[in-house]
Structures are given as structure tokens and as C-alpha cells.
Design a protein around this ligand. Structure first.
Ligand code: PEP
Ligand code: MG
Length: 315
């Protein structure tokens, strides 16, 4: 029998010809931070702060938040940590931060939209992040979930700046934000594409419905077109664009994302070694070629098949 290859990773993600791609971890619970750091993640590309408080009836205090955030920042001292402000609603409602009489919660008051109804909770969270960041050595970036407009971006970046949080960005997970990535990235310092929700909203297919799995596929060429549009916006403004959805953890798809212009990939830490191995076996030129193949495909199945056939196989 063939022994399965157990890969490890440490250092910096690069293609075979040295093109840099940051390989970062997605973190929920602060307890996941140490293991992710030990697994060699270069930093945290998505700290889902709402996961710290899912079971709470009441909002956490500033002190509770500072403590949770410090745990993660501490584990990644000297490295980048992108913390996302509370993303409540739809598949992960927080008791203290959701409207329960909505017919379509995925299209309702969720993500950054909750900050209009409960502005004091965003202010408190930004204050807690600023305190935790000042106490630890991590390079802290702050990011808003479910941004749909340029105005929301401008407002969020201003709120962050008011708390001394200088590096503020947005998630691109709504098609409107992908299409307006240029003006959005004229305001935000970075963007991170959430392919889970971007796929859901592009394909109008509930991400939780297994029966719609064929539509809920980040290989859908329409989704990849929106990734490309976001990267063009990043290029135009000289701002980095990353991916932090599940798509980043698939090594073959990761090559496509890099070829489309994404400069960081954030994923569950255990996926990093395989993604690093595939990227290390291809040039950036090859990544760009397969990205064009995927964009030209007319279905998710075709995109997957043509790209797989053009890349080396991992054992
Ligand atoms: C996403 O939507 O792709 C994402 C990374 O955010 P979440 O899965 O937490 O909604
Ligand atoms: Mg999301």
C-alpha cells in the first residue's frame, strides 16, 4: 500500500518561480490560534470574531473581548492577524445582534448592516480591538463582513481610523462589492474575498442547502469572473486582495485564484501544506494560464476539468 504523504509547511508561500503568496489561517475560537501558529500559518487571514460569542444572550463586555482578541494576537506576535468585526445573521445569528422577524435572513440585516441598528456594539468592538492590538505585537488588520456599497466602506474605514486602527478593509462577498472593487479599494486598504457567500449570492443558492451543491460551487465561472473583477480593482488602486473562503483550501483552485491576482490565501490551517506544495510546483505564468482557462469555461465542471488537466497532480 502507498503511504499517504504527510506534508508540513513553514516559512513563506511561493510559486516555483518565487512569486509570493501569503498562506494564512482561518480562526474561529481563540483556542484555535496556537495550533494554527504551530502548523506554520504565516498569519491569520480571517479571525471570525463572532465565533467567540455565539452562545451569549448578552453582548460581551469590552474586557471579555480584549481577552479573546489578545489570545489570538499573542499567538501570532510579529505576524499579520486580520480580525473580522462581528458577522451576525443568517447561518450564524448572535442573540444580541440579530433581527428575528426577517423572511430572508441571508438578505437581511446581517454583517456590517447590523452596525446601523446597533452602532454602539461596533464602537465597543473597535475599542476592544484597539486595546488588544496595543497590548500585543501582532500586525492587526480590521475587516468588515458583508459590505455592499462604497458608502459602507468609507464609513467603516472612518470608524476604524477614529479608534486608531489604520489598516481597515472589507470582505468582498456580495456581487455589488466585487463589481465596485475599484472605488471600494480607493477607500479600503485591502479586500478579502469570501467565496462562500460570494458564491451563494452570485448563484442565488443557499450555501447550507446540500441539494444545490452543483450551483454552490466556487468553480462556477460567474464566481471566478467576480474574483477577477475584484483583483482588477485591487490592481488599479495598488491594494492587496486575498481570499478567505473555503475555495482557498483547494490546491487546484488556489492556483487559479493566484493566477487571477490574489496575493494571500486564508484557510483552515491543516489545508496549508497541500496548497503550499501545489503552488510550489507551478510558476506564476502557469497560474495565470489556468486562470484564463477557468474564466473561459462555461460550467463549473468544465473549469475544474480543464484546470486539473493542466496542473501537476499531488500524490
Ligand atoms: C465567506 O463567506 O466566504 C467567509 C469567509 O465568511 P463566512 O464563511 O464566515 O461567512
Ligand atoms: Mg461570509
Amino acid at each position: 500500500a502507498l503511504a499517504a504523504t504527510v506534508r508540513t509547511f513553514s516559512g513563506e508561500g511561493r510559486t516555483a518561480d518565487g512569486h509570493r503568496v501569503q498562506l494564512l489561517a482561518n480562526i474561529g475560537d481563540p483556542a484555535g490560534a496556537e495550533p494554527a501558529a504551530a502548523a506554520g500559518a504565516e498569519g491569520v487571514g480571517l479571525f471570525r470574531s463572532e465565533f467567540c460569542f455565539l452562545d451569549r444572550e448578552q453582548p460581551p463586555t469590552t474586557e471579555e473581548q480584549v481577552s479573546a482578541y489578545r489570545t489570538v494576537f499573542h499567538a501570532f506576535a510579529g505576524r499579520k492577524v486580520v480580525i473580522r468585526t462581528l458577522d451576525s445573521g443568517a447561518d450564524k445569528p448572535l442573540h444580541f445582534l440579530s433581527v428575528d422577524d426577517e423572511e430572508n435572513p441571508a438578505l437581511g440585516v446581517r454583517g456590517l448592516r447590523t452596525a446601523e441598528k446597533w452602532p454602539e456594539l461596533l464602537e465597543q468592538q473597535l475599542e476592544a480591538i484597539a486595546i488588544a492590538a496595543a497590548a500585543e505585537e501582532a500586525e492587526v488588520w480590521v475587516m468588515a463582513p458583508m459590505v455592499s456599497t462604497v458608502a459602507e466602506t468609507e464609513w467603516f474605514v472612518a470608524r476604524c481610523a477614529a479608534h486608531g486602527l489604520e489598516t481597515a478593509g472589507v470582505m468582498i462577498e456580495v456581487p455589488s462589492a466585487a463589481l465596485l472593487a475599484g472605488p471600494i479599494l480607493a477607500r479600503a486598504h485591502f479586500a478579502s474575498i469570501g467565496t462562500n457567500d460570494l458564491t451563494q449570492y452570485t448563484m442565488a443558492a443557499d450555501r447550507l442547502l446540500g441539494s444545490l451543491a452543483e450551483l454552490s460551487d466556487p468553480w462556477q465561472p460567474a464566481v471566478l469572473q467576480l474574483v477577477a473583477a475584484t483583483c482588477r480593482g485591487g490592481d488599479l488602486q495598488g491594494r492587496p486582495v486575498g481570499v478567505c473562503g473555503e475555495a482557498a483550501s483547494n490546491p487546484v483552485l488556489a492556483a487559479v485564484l493566484v493566477g487571477l491576482g490574489v496575493s494571500s490565501l486564508s484557510m483552515t490551517a491543516r489545508a496549508i501544506p497541500d496548497v503550499a506544495a501545489l503552488l510550489g510546483a507551478v510558476t506564476i505564468g502557469r497560474c495565470r494560464e489556468v486562470a484564463q482557462l477557468a474564466l473561459a469555461a462555461e460550467s463549473a465542471a468544465e473549469a475544474r476539468a480543464v484546470v486539473r488537466a493542466a496542473l501537476p497532480q499531488l500524490d
